[in-house]
Design a protein around this ligand. Structure first.
Ligand code: PHB
Length: 380
């Protein structure tokens, strides 16, 4: 099996296939050092904690990461701390940076005899009865099966013939500034804050690393956000009695346009798409890497059955994954609209009324809060 992309999805497939004794090759246009340098997500659902354990790649995450089960909503001076772990039967998220997880998965894969070619890209995929990868060094690789885990801008999906995919897409019209701060978290739980200047969030990555998000104006670039503006806005938007920001060097800053995409189907012949190659989700709710890992688990199961002679196994992929992808999209969209400022205009005060109702339901209705908790934590 060929696997294009050595991110969470590609390496999860690689590890699960090695466990099953199936030959595979993972290639990625980035070198491991480049991948390691990119800071990404870090909020792992309960069901994926179980999956990582099953794949034998959770040891360092369990030792160095942390279980988290509380989050806080701050809205115009009001604070609500939600113990979602209690509502979700003790399940928690695991907080562990994506690049560390990817490093652990790459090590485990190589130790298990897996073939990892970093710095080798896929230019396109040809259909020769079986998929043939055209590599960036001119080589061609034939495989029985191929997983495209090469991200939204990767080469695998665009190799599908015209008309094979329907793209469902929405631009939410909001933008975030994301910063990574070399300092301890300012609180022991996640914070989502609503403020007249826009949404802000506090997300921990490790005992010494903290991620913050700020809703910014569409079109803003990082040049619009020097350090002092970032700290000023964070302290205004996250302000609460007794709360102090742990300041430190800002080691990474980027802007994120909030948009969502689902491709349907997620497969063409013997080529299966996983992660951002198949769907893009906003960071709100932290579902992106989590969906990628779930895609990977099903691909590994179906690959084993297909290579074992079950010709129709691959047809199950889209059918079984899309409902879960849409469930996460709905969750993220719901949360996005609970937390962001609307531009004044037609309908905005109505939408704001809905927003306050969502927050109130979370606080006042145990049934509502329990539903949120199970979806948020990613109960298996
Ligand atoms: C994150 O850790 O980056 C994160 C966590 C929870 C969210 C969004 C982002 O809802």
């Amino acid at each position: 099996m060929g696997i294009v992309g050595a991110g969470p999805a590609g390496l999860m497939i690689g590890n699960l296939l090695r466990q099953r004794g199936i030959d595979c090759i993972v290639l990625d246009k980035h070198t491991r050092a480049e991948t390691y340098a990119r800071s990404r997500a870090g909020f792992i659902e309960w069901r994926n904690k179980l999956l990582l354990e099953e794949a034998g790649v959770a040891t360092r995450m369990l030792a160095e990461g942390e279980g988290h089960g509380r989050c806080e909503f701050r809205s115009h001076g009001h604070r609500h701390i939600l113990d979602y772990s209690e509502l979700a039967g003790g399940r928690t998220h695991w907080v562990y940076p994506q690049h560390e997880l990817v490093a652990d998965m790459a090590d485990a894969y190589v130790e298990a005899g897996g073939d990892l070619r970093d710095g080798l890209g896929c230019v396109s995929v040809l259909d020769h009865g079986r998929p043939r990868i055209l590599c960036s060094d001119g080589r061609e690789l034939d495989c029985e099966l191929l997983a495209g885990c090469d991200g939204f801008h990767g080469a695998v999906r665009p190799s599908f013939p015209e008309g094979t995919l329907t793209e469902h897409t929405i631009d939410h019209g909001w933008q975030w500034l994301a910063v990574l701060v070399d300092a301890p978290p300012s609180s022991d739980h996640l914070i989502y804050a609503l403020h007249e200047n826009g949404f802000a969030a506090h997300m921990m990555r490790s005992p010494h690393l903290c991620r913050y998000y700020l809703q910014c104006a569409p079109g803003d670039t990082v040049d619009d956000w020097p350090d002092d503006r970032i700290w000023w806005e964070l302290s205004a938007r996250l302000a609460a009695d007794g709360f102090e920001l742990e300041e430190g060097p800002i080691i990474d800053r980027s802007t994120l346009i909030l948009r969502s995409v689902v491709f349907d189907p997620m497969q063409y012949k013997q080529v299966l798409l996983a992660g951002d190659a198949a769907h893009v989700i906003t960071p709100c709710g932290a579902k992106g890497m989590n969906l990628a890992l779930q895609d990977a688990a099903l691909i590994a199961e179906l690959a084993e059955r297909y290579l074992g002679g079950e010709q129709n196994a691959l047809a199950e992929y889209t059918e079984r994954r899309l409902p879960d992808v849409w469930r996460s999209q709905e969750f993220s969209h719901w949360m996005l609209h609970m937390l962001h400022n609307y531009e004044p205009g037609e309908g905005s005060s109505f939408l704001q009324g809905l927003q306050s109702t969502r927050l109130r339901n979370l606080e006042e209705s145990p049934e509502f809060a329990r539903h949120f908790a199970l979806a948020y934590v990613g109960a298996e």
